[in-house]
Ligand binder design. Structure first.
Ligand code: MUC
Ligand code: MG
Length: 385
């Protein structure tokens, strides 16, 4: 039995290492919502709810995530045995509709606490348990400039950090975007897998032409080319195109996974813990995908260390992760808010082995980057920033 003693929910803004140009927004910073729960025995757990570009990606903003947690979810937790994570989240589900990002942050914190109490990593509490200790990691080339993207890709290959690259397209004319992708495919050759994410910005007609052209220039995968709710059109494109279509924005948990699988509307699922509504729901989405013969890919909302590691614990339970992952979020930020940065080497991310999430904050940096900070501290940050 464990009762909630106190909680802190706060917003953290950290600059990105370069502008990150997406079809719907250009990011200069990433904003994370962090929730920290402490039970009556002093066991604590942390979770993260992070989206991209304010309200330009999805229906929850950082501010609404914090408000949903503080106003509606925490009062429910105060009446639960929070050691029982699934039962607690089922109670939350009864009173809070939608708000998947907020629920994911809270469920992550509860699982972190549960893992610490039991002395096991979170990956052992999901699905059938952990089956891998490292995950292949893609990098997104999205500087907005082809030559700079090629140089960045070369650098990542040289450093053996990434050999899967996702290009963000959909902002320019289809032909211009394809020329950009073709130039990068040509430069990197068979040393890398090059994929694109259109973030819903094409019409079906544009996608029909664009996907055929992308296949011809050597692109391996097209993520969410058209609107996520256009399931019938996604099915037509999946059937008619030689290049695989990956569902991202279309996936919002197990029910949407079932709809997409039944309609044959995608051949790959981008699994995202926040979009799915939590770690348990992500495992369910993965199970539906696997049962339907759909390939799995570990997606990201460009979370910082907490959300990235929570995702890694889920993806570490998947025996078949044919398309790898893109858990590079912390590397896009100028500062890591974790005491021990995550281990990226040999094109992979090492999944922490400690109890719970297996991570701890750098409290000084956290205090500095909190939006509600009260004092302008920090030697550690000002020196290298
Ligand atoms: C998305 O739409 O998949 C993931 C990587 C990246 O650069 O943006 C995201 C969001
Ligand atoms: Mg995407």
């Amino acid at each position: 039995m464990a009762m909630l003693d106190h909680a802190d929910t706060f917003i953290v803004d950290v600059p990105t290492i370069r502008p990150h140009v997406l079809a719907m927004a250009t990011m200069h910073a990433q904003t994370m919502v962090i929730v920290r729960l402490v039970d009556a025995d002093g066991v604590d757990g942390v979770g993260e709810g992070t989206t991209i570009g304010g309200l330009s990606y999805g229906e929850e903003s950082p501010e609404s995530i914090k408000s949903a947690i503080d106003t509606y979810i925490l009062p429910i937790l105060r009446h639960c045995d929070i050691a029982c994570v699934a039962a607690t989240m089922a109670k939350v589900e009864k009173s809070v509709r939608g708000n998947h990002f907020a629920k994911c942050a809270v469920e992550t914190a509860l699982l972190d606490m549960a893992g610490k109490r039991l002395g096991v990593p979170v990956s052992e509490l999901i699905g059938g348990g952990r089956v891998r200790d490292s995950l292949p990691v893609a990098w997104t080339l999205a500087s907005g400039d082809t030559a700079r993207d090629i140089a960045e890709g070369e650098e990542m290959l040289d450093r053996r950090r990434h050999r899967i690259f996702k290009l963000k397209i959909g902002k320019r004319e289809v032909r211009d975007d394809v020329a950009h992708v073709g130039a990068i495919c040509k430069a990197l050759g068979d040393r890398a897998s090059v994929r694109v994410d259109v973030n819903q910005n094409w019409t079906e007609a544009q996608a029909r032409i664009g996907m055929a052209m992308l296949h011809d220039v050597g692109c391996d995968l097209v993520e969410q080319p058209i609107a996520g709710d256009a399931i019938a059109a996604m099915a037509r494109l999946s059937k008619g195109q030689p290049i695989p279509l990956m569902a991202d924005e279309a996936l919002n948990g197990p029910r949407s996974a079932m709809r997409i699988a039944s309609a044959h509307a995608a051949s790959v699922f981008a699994l995202k813990i926040a979009q799915s509504g939590g770690l348990f729901a992500t495992a369910d989405v993965a199970a539906i995908g696997t049962a339907a013969g759909i390939g799995l890919y570990g997606g990201t909302m460009l979370e910082g260390g907490v959300g990235t590691v929570a995702s890694a614990h889920v993806f570490a339970t998947l025996p078949d992760l044919a398309w790898g992952t893109e858990l590079f979020g912390p590397l896009l930020q100028t500062e890591d808010i974790l005491r021990e940065p995550l281990g990226y080497a040999d094109f992979s991310l090492a999944v922490p082995t400690g109890a719970g999430l297996g991570i701890a904050f750098d409290e000084d940096k956290l205090a500095f980057f909190r939006r509600d900070r009260t004092s302008p501290i920090l030697h550690a940050v000002t020196a290298g920033a």
